[in-house]
Design a protein around this ligand. Structure first.
Ligand code: MV4
Length: 450
């Protein structure tokens, strides 16, 4: 096992990794920008290294600075958290070239899944059900029209280098194809330097359901069920739950096995998430994320596992500590994302926390790097806390969420917490009867457009 690891991240996820490391008897090294000298991850780690100025590009994204911090401190492995360098295949290559271990999948797996056409081809070949559409890339407008005619409108044109909602264009009819096709290409070119696009049949009102997988890198893999993350605003998740309100045990076992077998057969290492659109009882693969996700705690709650500990074990060459048959769903978990944002427009709201109280009690987990008197810097993501509740059933989890939100105090700034008090009053949230468009429609009806 490693003696010391470096965490190439900040905020709550850096704490999450430091905590797992400490329980394993592994020393932790924090890195930080000059804006984060007073951050909790710096305080909580065994050692800290300043790696650059406030801008993320010059600090948390600076590969030379992070490699140097490893060399200075003698850290043997790097945990990337989520965001920043977590899905950067070139970074993984550099880490390995310096004789260090990357706590995550190989550069090759990150590269394959980062290109959405290659990812889809790979998954399709492994028997994972995909959204009907073009076979790979669509080279020109003529080919695009052929796909539209074959599958019927509406269709969606997606940049292969996109993902997470970036570089997508809807064509509702043949008339819209030319503009949508050219715009998707142009956006792919300007945003990612890659104008390759593919086309899918557009699904009107699906859910976003993702399967958590975990591989040992040597041909064994398991699944840890699904998360329903349909409640999103502008492709940002705000509320996630596990198990999915409409997924039964048989469905979970079937799609889960398909996913676990797929990643086992490519020798995938560590945590991964296979994202699907789910409509009329059918799963359609869209993307795979090759990192630990923000919402991993809901899966940890219902399966009673420590995914970060497991990532570290596998990166160190140890066996996974669970087998598929050990993994049984227990109860229901919900996560809400507390952002430093002012409603109703979700405008960023950094500033000083004048009073902080984390909720607690049975079935409540608050993952946050906040403390009394902390000043949230304006340079980074606005996520400041994740409130995760776990109870024997969904109704119990909703009641516990309501109770925990009532205990939470984050004063001095505006947060998205009031949104969740309002959402808990909604029948669609109470029954789980929502899809990927429900939240945007609700926000429009309750706050007016923009
Ligand atoms: C789609 C789709 C409908 N049909 N693909 C948006 C983010 C990216 N991960 C995929 N996205 C979508 N792909 C087809 N063929 C609708 C979306 C979509 C969406 C997906 C998940 C969660 C929220 C969403 C909000 C708008 C659109």
């Amino acid at each position: 096992m490693f003696n010391k690891i470096l965490i190439a991240n900040r905020g709550e996820i850096a704490l999450r990794v430091i905590r797992a490391a400490r329980e394993m008897g592994i020393k932790s090294v924090a890195v930080h920008s000059t804006a984060d000298s007073d951050a909790m991850h710096v305080r909580m780690a065994d050692e800290a290294v300043c790696i650059g100025p406030p801008s993320g590009t010059q600090s948390y994204l600076s590969i030379p600075a992070i490699i140097s911090a490893c060399e200075i401190t003698g850290a043997e492995a790097i945990h990337p958290g989520y965001g920043f360098l977590s899905e950067n295949a070139d970074f993984v290559q550099v880490v390995e070239d310096h004789g260090l271990k990357f706590i995550g999948p190989t550069a090759e797996h990150i590269r394959v899944m980062g290109d959405k056409i290659t990812a889809k081809d790979t998954m399709k070949a492994l028997g994972v059900p995909c959204v009907p559409g073009s076979n790979g890339g669509v080279p020109d407008l003529e080919a695009a029209y052929k796909i539209g005619d074959e599958f019927g409108y509406p269709v969606i044109i997606k940049a292969t280098a996109g993902g997470g909602g970036r570089g997508m264009k809807l064509a509702s009819s043949r008339d819209e194809m030319e503009t949508a096709f050219r715009t998707a290409r142009a956006e792919g070119k300007s945003a990612f330097g890659n104008d390759e696009v593919y086309i899918e049949k557009y699904l009107g009102a699906p859910r976003h359901i993702e399967i958590q997988v975990f591989g040992d890198g040597k041909g064994k893999a398991v699944h840890l069920g699904e998360r329903d993350c349909s409640l999103q605003r502008r492709h940002q998740k705000v509320f996630e739950e596990a198990p999915g309100p409409v997924i039964d045990a048989e469905t979970r076992a079937r799609i889960g096995k398909t996913c676990a077998d797929a990643v086992a057969s490519i020798n995938y290492a560590g945590a991964g998430t296979i994202e699907f659109l789910y409509e009329n009882g059918e799963f359609f693969f869209i993307e795979m994320n090759t990192r630990l996700q923000v919402e991993h705690p809901v899966t940890e709650a219902i399966f009673d596992v420590d995914l970060v500990r497991e990532q570290i074990r596998v990166a160190a060459g140890e066996e996974m500590s669970f087998k598929q048959e050990d993994l049984q769903v227990n109860g229901h978990a919900i996560e809400v994302r507390i952002n430093a944002e002012k409603l109703p427009n979700f405008s960023p709201c950094p500033g000083k926390i004048t009073q902080y109280h984390a909720p607690g009690g049975l079935g409540v987990r608050m993952d946050s790097a906040l403390y009394d008197g902390y000043s949230i810097p304006p340079y980074y993501d606005s996520l400041i806390a994740k409130l995760i509740v776990h109870a024997p059933d969904r109704a119990g989890a909703l009641a516990r969420l309501n109770r925990a939100l009532g205990e939470m105090i984050v004063d001095g700034i505006d947060t998205t917490a009031p949104l969740f008090n309002a959402l808990l009053q909604e029948e669609a949230v109470q029954t789980g009867n929502y899809n990927i468009h429900w939240l945007e429609q609700w926000l429009e009806a309750h706050t007016g457009p923009e």
